[in-house]
Design a protein around this ligand. Structure first.
Ligand SMILES: Cc1ncc(C[n+]2csc(CCOP(=O)(O)OP(=O)(O)O)c2C)c(N)n1
Ligand SMILES: [Mg+2]
Length: 326
């Protein structure tokens, strides 16, 4: 992946394409789930701008760690969507040979060290990855995404403390989509702010509009530059929203209002970037439409690739696992 760390036409169009590809991938994944071809899918629709603005500054050899809701993190980091779709459908050609599924997508060549179904579990892993980069004397950066539901877990606080003391190149990126399953953020986060907690660890804490990819780009750029310089970690709280339920069968109207949903959907990240590109003459509607068509064609190809791929062989049941008896 080429980095897009200067805000110019190329960067804007890369961010547009990336967000549209994520959205179309997620829409297709929901259809695949409805058809019974995969289970346990957590849609990232609505949250596309968060990893896109940050990943614009990342190289293939920088690291990203995700959550149970990580398709957008993977696509923004450049993971191949054919292999992702195959992984979702449990096929042998998937990123994890079809044995990980939606919640465990990893691609080490792209620096995507893994999605993870255990809430908060990747935060200390990312801190260790940052320590490794520092000890090896590289300028690699480690980014961990986590939800508002993980923000009060002890591991975040232990990790921020060590990362600050040791000046580790880590970005702690909280995607505050206002709910942990059906529990509103206000019910679980004392003080009403996650980013304010950075003050206790003497590191920058930034609250940013996670529906604006331009703002995510700016905040991400500063945090990545700080980490590469050796000045230490940053906590970013991206204010965002998931448009669908927590997972496929969840009806969000059981715990949130239509008005609230409309408020966020009106400020949709793709809509906002489209307006910015067109109003400022960076590209025309036709140019964006051709990028939309390209994304749709790529998703259709991913489904074809996944459908035509075989399931893993029974003989491979015990490969790719730690086996002390081997
Ligand atoms: C340690 C742990 N506790 C509970 C769960 C069950 N669980 C799965 S997702 C989730 C909510 C997570 O909310 P948040 O961190 O805000 O992420 P979001 O789903 O909003 O992206 C919970 C409680 C889990 N997977 N792991
Ligand atoms: Mg949440």
């Amino acid at each position: 992946m080429t980095t897009h760390s200067t805000m110019n036409k190329d960067t804007l169009l890369w961010m547009y394409s990336t967000m549209v590809t994520i959205r179309r991938f997620e829409e297709q994944s929901r259809r695949e789930a409805d058809a019974g071809k995969l289970r346990g899918m957590h849609s990232s629709i609505g949250q596309e701008a968060v990893p896109t603005g940050i990943s614009a500054h990342l190289r293939d050899n920088d690291f990203v760690l995700g959550t149970h809701r990580s398709h957008h993190h993977c696509i923004a980091k450049g993971v191949d969507i054919n292999e992702m779709m195959a992984e979702l459908l449990g096929k042998a050609t998937g990123t994890n040979s079809g044995k990980g599924g939606t919640m465990h997508i990893a691609d080490i060549n792209k620096g995507m060290l893994g999605a993870n179904g255990v809430v908060g579990s990747n935060i200390p892993v990312a801190t260790g990855v940052g320590l490794s980069a520092k000890v090896r004397g590289t300028d690699q950066v480690s980014v961990v995404f986590f939800g508002d539901g993980a923000s009060s877990q002890g591991v975040l606080h232990e990790s921020m403390n060590l990362a600050s003391i040791w000046k580790l190149p880590v970005l702690f990126v909280c995607e505050n989509n206002r709910y942990a399953e059906s529990t509103p953020f206000e019910f679980t986060v004392a003080g009403g702010s996650i980013s304010n907690r950075a003050a206790g660890y003497d590191i920058p804490g930034v609250s940013v509009d996670g529906q604006s990819v331009l703002e995510m780009f700016e905040v991400g750029g500063e945090a990545v530059a700080r980490a590469r310089r050796g000045d230490g970690p940053t906590l970013i709280e991206a204010q965002t929203y998931r448009y669908h339920g927590h997972f496929g069968a969840d009806d969000p109207l059981g715990y949130r209002s239509e008005e609230e949903q409309e408020y966020y959907m009106d400020r949709d990240c793709i809509k906002q970037l489209t307006a910015h590109i067109i109003e400022n003459g960076f590209a025309g509607e036709d140019d964006l439409q051709s990028l939309d068509e390209k994304a749709l064609a790529a998703i259709a190809e991913a489904v074809r690739f996944a459908d035509e791929s075989p399931f893993p062989d029974d003989a491979d049941l015990m490969t790719d696992v730690y086996n002390t008896y081997a």
